[in-house]
Design a protein around this ligand. Structure first.
Ligand SMILES: C[S@@+](CC[C@H](N)C(=O)[O-])C[C@H]1O[C@@H](n2cnc3c(N)ncnc32)[C@H](O)[C@@H]1O
Length: 335
């Protein structure tokens, strides 16, 4: 390695001069041998004695997830992993492709070091079953799956192993919250730990009825009601919304239906419970809006109601040709 050779007493001043001129190499350690010091340089420097000396390389401090993994994975593999990060409170959840499964511990450790969160888990299955949760494998940090996630100022406590929660719906929740008016009576048919109800009730003076079939989700919703300062109120119910709703003796100005795989099978319940001119925020998985619009129209038709579609949007991509889509419709009696 090419170095500037200087007497030890000049070492510090020379080092600073070379560093300021951008001529010192930061990849190797300075060496001393009793009388002289050897400063690694990036190019020839005049006015100094130059020597060729073997130096110890600097230990690299990784500054990014990519650097931590660059010896293990290709840059494409690293880029794909990066887009799979979901951060829920102080927990990171990764999607690791099958071909990298044998490297999951290294990847998990890299994600743990890079994100400095409490725990890293990997997705071990798709979201499945009635309560919409997935299997997770612990990779790094402390195996504690309970966390508090912050979203638009709301504090949302949950156990990532026991309940459904997606931070990727934050923008959608804010959008719905902003469309709510004070005084609305709202039903969230599939509320989970309550992100829609909490985000809305923190900001609007509304009355929300929140239903979920998952006992654990309702337990966290109750905790979340206590964790947040609400302008409105939330009444939680645990059970199948088709059954539970039989005891509701009121209609709602807005019904939120975020169970995208099956919401269409509950449209009869929603259309029955919606107030005249009330809004249904309907969600489904689809590659178009047409299917959802037809389902909403057909459910309204059966109850002799009509629907005016107010807004359609893509919430998030679920596969290359499928989206989690949102359709907002205003339902009114037929004249
Ligand atoms: C996709 S998650 C959405 C949760 C929440 N809205 C959110 O955005 O995080 C759907 C939720 O519906 C609940 N669920 C499924 N079937 C149900 C039913 N028949 N009645 C009430 N809740 C149900 C599941 O337990 C799950 O928490």
């Amino acid at each position: 390695m090419k170095c500037v050779k200087v007497p030890l007493k000049q070492l510090n001043d020379t080092r600073i001069t070379l560093m300021e001129k951008g001529l010192m190499s930061m990849d190797f350690r300075i060496k001393t041998d009793g009388e002289f010091g050897y400063i690694p340089i990036t190019e020839d420097v005049s006015g100094y004695e130059i020597a060729d000396v073997e130096l110890e390389p600097m230990k690299k401090v990784a500054h990014s997830f990519s650097e931590l993994l660059e010896d293990e994975l290709t840059s494409d593999e690293i880029e794909n992993l990066k887009t799979s990060f979901d951060t829920i409170g102080d927990i990171v959840i990764l999607e690791i492709p099958d071909e990298l499964y044998s490297k999951r511990q290294i990847i998990g450790e890299a994600a743990y070091k890079f994100t400095k969160r409490k725990a890293v888990y990997m997705k071990k299955s798709a979201i499945k079953g009635t309560i919409r949760i997935r299997d997770l494998e612990f990779l790094a940090g402390t195996d504690d799956s309970i966390t508090i996630h912050k979203e638009h100022g709301a504090r949302l406590k949950l156990d990532v192993r026991e309940v459904y929660f997606s931070p990727r719906l934050a923008t959608e929740r804010k959008r719905v919250m902003e469309s709510v008016r004070d005084g609305e009576k709202i039903l969230d048919m599939f509320c989970g730990i309550g992100p829609f109800p909490i985000v809305i009730a923190r900001n609007k003076n509304v009355k929300i009825t929140a239903v979920d079939i998952n006992e654990s989700a309702i337990r966290y919703l109750k905790e979340n009601i206590g964790l947040n300062k609400l302008a409105g109120s939330i009444k939680p119910y645990c059970g199948d919304v088709r059954e539970v709703s039989k005891s509701f003796n009121c209609k709602f100005d807005r019904i939120i239906m975020n169970l995208p795989g099956l919401a269409y099978t509950f449209l009869d319940v929603a259309v029955d419970l919606i107030e005249d001119s009330g809004i249904i925020n309907y969600y489904e998985f689809s590659n178009s809006y047409e299917q959802g619009i037809k389902r909403l129209e057909s459910a309204c038709e059966k109850s002799e109601k009509k629907i005016e579609i107010i807004n359609c949007r893509k919430v998030k991509s679920t596969s290359p040709d499928e989206w989690h889509v949102a359709i907002d419709g205003k339902v009114s009696k037929k004249n």
